[in-house]
Structure formats: structure tokens, C-alpha cells
Design a protein around this ligand. Structure first.
Ligand SMILES: Cc1cc2nc3c(=O)[nH]c(=O)nc-3n(C[C@H](O)[C@H](O)[C@H](O)COP(=O)(O)O)c2cc1C
Length: 183
């Protein structure tokens, strides 16, 4: 199982969570780490290079801070430009078929806030449905997400524990929905 972690954070120097997770991933050495803002400071994505990276891996984890209940801009652009008709979907588009796609996010909102009766009104599973749906559309399996919430009240101990939990998650998580070939 070859795992690619695509990290999208526009300000890694000031990041606490995503930077710590990246450093932990690097220690393990078995993951391909790909930082979009570092690779494309001008936001000009090399589509062929990205497609080749995806083709060379089985499991793709999108790691990012939740921004307005969605992804940072460059990851949205990545979806828009890389997941092309004839490559990811469409009659001859099968390069993403059978891949596993997952998400690892950090959020300012607390776990309690991401509940139907909480401030943010929706669960993270619900907020991440566009990625779940995207995976289905390109015939990939969607993995249960990994999240660290309430980051403004994050103790060093909880951050340390999250590193252990994150690595275990990436290595052991299994799809809940099997890949279905798009019609
Ligand atoms: C533009 C912007 C939008 C954000 N939107 C949300 C949001 O919708 N929900 C949320 O819980 N946190 C939101 N946040 C907080 C970030 O998710 C939080 O700062 C980040 O996860 C911390 O991770 P880091 O230490 O790696 O930077 C937002 C932050 C920014 C800068």
C-alpha cells in the first residue's frame, strides 16, 4: 500500500497542527508527502505531474485546516484541474478507480460544536460529504476522516497524542464505502 499525503496549508510557518503532523509523517519515512503551497507558490498546478503522483499511489490523504467548512483554495483548484474527464472519470477515465481517498483536518471548532445541536450545526462527516461524493464520482473508496478539533485550546499533550493517532489512522483505516465505477 503506497500512501500519498497531500498537505494544503497556505501558511505552514505559522501552523501548529499541520506542521507537527507533517514532521511526524516525515519521521516515518514510508509516506510520500506533497505540499501544494510549497510546490506551487504561484498556484499554477502541474496537472501531468499531479496525475502521475496519484497513479503511483494507492491511498491518498488530503491533509488541511478546515477553511470556511471547506478546503483551502489551492486544494479546490487541485480538484478542479487534476481530476479531469478522460483521466479520473468518463468513458476512458479510470486512473483513479480503486484508489482510497481520505481526509485529515484540523478545526478551530470543538467536537461539541460540530454536532446537530452545536454551534456549527453539522457534523464533520456531513461537512466532508463533497469529498466523499467526489471519491465516489471518480470510482475511489472514501475513508473515514481523521480530525483534531478545538485547536485554540490544544495542549501539548493532546497534540502529541494526535501524532500517534494520526499515523495509526493512516496505516489502518479501512474504507466504509466500496468503490463503484461511475456510469
Ligand atoms: C480563512 C479561515 C477559515 C477558517 N474556517 C474555519 C471553519 O470553517 N471551521 C473551523 O472549525 N475552523 C476554521 N478556521 C480555523 C482553522 O481551521 C484553524 O486555524 C486550523 O485548523 C489550525 O491548524 P494549524 O495549526 O495547522 O494552522 C479557519 C481559519 C481561517 C484562516
Amino acid at each position: 500500500m503506497k500512501t500519498l499525503v497531500i498537505i494544503t496549508h497556505p501558511n505552514m510557518e505559522q501552523s501548529r497542527v499541520n506542521r507537527t503532523w507533517r514532521e511526524e509523517l516525515e519521521k516515518h519515512g514510508e509516506f510520500t508527502i506533497h505540499e501544494l503551497y510549497k510546490t506551487y507558490p504561484d498556484e499554477n498546478i502541474d496537472v501531468a505531474k499531479e496525475q502521475a503522483l496519484i497513479e503511483a499511489h494507492d491511498r491518498i490523504i488530503f491533509q488541511y485546516p478546515l477553511f470556511w467548512y471547506s478546503t483551502p483554495t489551492l486544494l479546490k483548484r487541485w480538484f478542479d484541474t487534476v481530476l479531469q474527464y478522460g483521466w479520473a472519470y468518463g468513458p476512458d477515465g479510470s486512473k483513479t478507480a480503486g484508489k482510497e481517498i481520505g481526509v485529515a483536518i484540523s478545526t478551530y471548532g470543538s467536537e461539541a460544536s460540530y454536532q446537530p445541536d452545536g454551534f456549527n450545526r453539522y457534523t464533520l462527516e456531513e461537512i466532508l460529504r463533497p469529498i466523499d461524493a467526489l471519491a465516489h464520482f471518480i470510482s475511489a473508496s472514501y475513508l473515514p476522516h481523521f480530525a483534531l478539533s478545538d485547536v485554540s485550546n490544544l495542549s501539548d499533550e493532546r497534540l502529541e497524542q494526535s501524532k500517534v493517532d494520526y499515523i495509526r489512522h493512516i496505516k489502518t483505516v479501512q474504507p466504509v464505502k466500496q468503490a463503484v465505477t461511475a456510469k
